[in-house]
Design a protein around this ligand. Structure first.
Ligand SMILES: *Cc1c(COP(=O)(O)O)cnc(C)c1O
Ligand code: SF4
Length: 394
């Protein structure tokens, strides 16, 4: 293996393809095919141990956690793992650990209360004017902390049984809905034609103004972002896409090119990160991540506090540290680079913005604020400013 130093990997856009797999006889034509990538995902303990020496906790994690959320890792994403470092931030996202079998009384199977907000199976209608449409339970790889691990991957007891026809009829009837977010699972695992059927059916509903797709495929499987897919998506504008990157190392040359292809087809891109212990819970990593995202033409959108998903306590970061990260970004770097930190309220309250306190005091006639450097300023309320500045009647 000929890996560049970890710091280079994190700060620059380097190709990882096919790296280690070339020594296993994989051709670049195979490597660049999303079909090959999906077919050759690492899904069993045996395959994993062919490539990597697992720690005891990981080994037990793979054996014990499979009944809840399946393991699957594309060779592309697996290639980013530092094989010599059990604390590798890529490894922690996709390789199960025994801690996944630990549960605390606060944790829930459905932490955001989605199931209770489903008027139709697969359609979550929590906010007045927009819906979350869960179109599939499959992903290119599985994130160990997935908020929908109760249904995603098909390994758990609960199944996602999306009723497409009932969902379309619900959307047709509910004229207050103007925004549909396709998610899952990962909608970009559908074939172009299956995805197009859904998009064109949605576009036939006149009151739907805005469509978006939530997908981690550009990161897990950049080979899937073909010119054909982009050309199809472009017919359904305005269409936005939210991707999911947690660590700067995930932004390789191949991923950057996939994101640029989407952007070149007029798709505005946002990123949703999850704050994870040992992955992105320090300011340097977070700053590198948001800067690299802007270079890929992706606007950091949300930074999520980890949902209270069962078996995720080892990845949890205290809210105080999340607020400190935002404070370390705001004012110190490009405003476009600063995501909104949110907690998805446990039990189903929706996303709540969490911010550092820049308002120190508010009285009837003034607001006392501080800036990113800690300097305080006073803003007088309009009512406190006396008289017109210029008396034009004169
Ligand atoms: C996140 C989410 C949305 C979209 O929220 P935005 O703040 O508009 O991005 C819509 N519905 C549900 C249920 C969600 O969880
Ligand atoms: S890609 Fe999204 S839906 Fe799929 S496992 Fe990861 S977080 Fe869950």
């Amino acid at each position: 293996m000929n890996y560049p130093a970890a710091l280079d990997l994190e700060k620059s856009f380097l190709s990882h393809a096919p790296g280690y797999w070339a020594s296993q006889g994989v051709t670049s034509a195979d490597w660049n095919s999303h079909v090959w990538q999906l077919k050759n995902r690492i899904t069993t303990l045996r395959q994993l141990e062919e490539h990597l020496v697992l720690t005891e906790d990981e080994r037990n994690g793979v054996i014990l956690s499979g009944t809840k959320l399946a393991m699957a890792i594309t060779p592309h994403f697996f290639n980013l793992i530092d094989r010599d470092n059990p604390e590798c931030p890529i490894r922690k996202q996709v390789i199960p650990r025994v801690e996944e079998t630990w549960t605390s009384p606060y944790e829930m199977a459905d932490p955001c209360g989605e199931d209770s907000h489903m008027p139709v199976p697969g359609l979550v209608h929590r906010y007045p004017d927009r819906v979350l449409f869960l179109v599939t339970d499959r992903c290119a790889s599985y994130c160990r902390y997935c908020t929908r691990s109760r249904v995603v991957s098909g390994a758990g007891e609960q199944e996602l049984e999306t009723d497409f026809e009932a969902a379309f009829q619900y959307l047709e009837k509910h004229t207050e809905i103007r925004d549909v977010l396709l998610s899952g699972g990962d909608p970009l695992l559908f074939s172009d034609s299956k995805l197009e059927k859904i998009l064109s059916r949605l576009r036939d509903i006149p009151h739907l103004e805005f469509l978006r797709i939530g997908s981690r495929v550009p990161i897990f499987l950049p080979q899937r972002i073909t010119p054909q897919l982009c050309a199809m998506l472009q017919k359904y504008h305005p269409l936005f896409m939210s991707v999911h990157v947690n660590h700067p190392r995930e932004l390789t040359l191949e991923v950057k090119e996939a994101l640029e292809r989407l952007a070149n087809h007029g798709i505005p891109l946002g990123n949703q990160s999850v704050l994870l212990r040992g992955v992105n819970d320090n300011l340097d990593t977070m700053k590198t991540l948001v800067h690299k995202l802007l270079m890929c033409r992706v606007r950091p959108y949300y930074l999520y506090q980890l949902d209270l998903i069962q078996g995720s306590s080892h990845l949890e970061v205290p809210v105080e540290e999340g607020i400190a990260l935002i404070e370390g970004l705001r004012g110190h770097t490009t405003g476009y680079a600063v995501p909104q930190y949110v907690i998805d309220a446990p039990g189903g309250g929706g996303k709540v913005p969490i911010n550092p306190d820049y308002v120190l005091q508010r009285t009837g006639d003034r607001t006392l604020i501080r800036n990113f450097e800690g300097k305080t300023f006073e803003y007088p309320e309009p009512s406190a400013v006396s008289g017109p500045v210029l008396d034009l009647a004169e």
